[in-house]
Design a protein around this ligand. Sequence first.
Ligand SMILES: Cc1cc2nc3c(=O)[nH]c(=O)nc-3n(C[C@H](O)[C@H](O)[C@H](O)COP(=O)(O)OP(=O)(O)OC[C@H]3O[C@@H](n4cnc5c(N)ncnc54)[C@H](O)[C@@H]3O)c2cc1C
Length: 438
Amino acid sequence: MTDLSLTTGTVVRPGDDDWDSARAFHSGIGEPTVIVRASTVDDVRAALRYAASERLDVMVRGGGHSAWGAVPGGVTLDLDALDEVRVEGSLVHVGGGATWGAVARILAEHGLGVSSGDTASVGVGGLTLGGGIGWMVRAWGLAADQLVGAQVVTARGDVLEVDAEAHPDLWWALRGGGGNFGVVTRFDFRAHPLEHVVFATLGVTGDARPVLRTLRDTMRDAPRELTMTYMDIPAMDPNAPAGATVTAVWIGDDEEAARAALAPLLAVDGVSETELGVRAYPDILMDMPAADPDQPMPGFVGGNTLLGELTDEAIDRLAAFREANAASVLFLRSLGGAFGDVAQDETAFPARHATWFAMAGAFDVPGLVDDGNRPLIQAEWDAIEALGAALYGNFTPSTDPGLVTRMYGPEAMARLAAVKRQYDPQNLFCRNHNIAPA
Ligand SMILES: Cc1cc2nc3c(=O)[nH]c(=O)nc-3n(C[C@H](O)[C@H](O)[C@H](O)COP(=O)(O)OP(=O)(O)OC[C@H]3O[C@@H](n4cnc5c(N)ncnc54)[C@H](O)[C@@H]3O)c2cc1C
């Protein structure tokens, strides 16, 4: 048996005092064989050596927001202690276990920002490796597009400095291909000047269709400073009131420009301003309550898709889906701009021509979803997904291995599988939307 001796990290096993807290993920409670809390790159290497010798899968835990932590068995490699955030000019070096809230707070002290996601507790690791759609996606691209380099520990235990010149195949795959290729112990991002944002929320009542058409038309010619989302949620969580909301973020402090951009939406019946004001970027990131094992998230019947165009047909189908399913959620997020400037073959992320991201699903709650209507709801969603170009892995909570072929086109899949064969031929890193080695 390979020795699992670490530098300053710790090993947590069933029966240890902190076993329960160590295996709590946002998506549920895990049942790993062992948890390694790495605090150095050498700890990461030791954990990988151990996992390979014991033939155990590896679950790399960044922010712990994905569904993979709840898959039983294997080594959970917890990167929580690798959370350093170091600013050097306009570059920011971020440990593989840091969360976006911490990055945003530290960058704000330097008048800088990186487009991440919308939630503070989400991990830099999972979000960036899967792409990362955030509030500045139209101005600065995906989180992965802001990456200029990374330190990666491979399945063999090699420590690689990876960028456009060094290991270009791995560099391509890391940006959108998920955690398939190694443990990223350090991300290097190019940050952007950012002092403030204008943050606005609009309440929406009545028919969603005219609102969504106006939203689409507004975003078609909108300045890149502006990003908007639409969210309609059922009454489930006392902290998140039910109903439909448009949220807008404008980079900078120009309230008048933001208000002018929102004017067409505010002219639609049923749309009203809830708030509009200048805020610090770290303050607009949402927080997520800690995992509660007694209240597991219900299943989700539906899916997501990256849409080339938000057509009238897509809008009608999305609105009808939400209306037909009481416990359903509908979420739309504007893309285009800098997201679409990146050539399709420059990164592994799919559908660079997409102008909207859409997600809808019914929560699998007894009394609302059952064996009778579940296939029908899924078929309604499948008809919507057929209008889109690809599934976005990061917003796909299912661990169904069949889904990965809907995330990448055949050309990208073949290229990803070849990179996987080179860097992880034994598929040690399989707790992800898994690319099988070619
Ligand atoms: C509340 C919430 C809000 C969200 N908001 C957004 C959003 O605004 N935009 C968006 O694009 N997505 C968003 N997501 C989706 C999010 O991007 C994914 O859930 C992502 O996988 C979370 O990353 P994590 O590090 O927190 O999760 P983890 O469960 O720790 O990891 C996710 C995957 O990445 C791998 N991984 C993590 N870190 C590393 C690393 N350092 N090296 C190698 N592999 C690693 C893991 O092995 C796993 O396969 C949100 C999710 C939630 C739950």
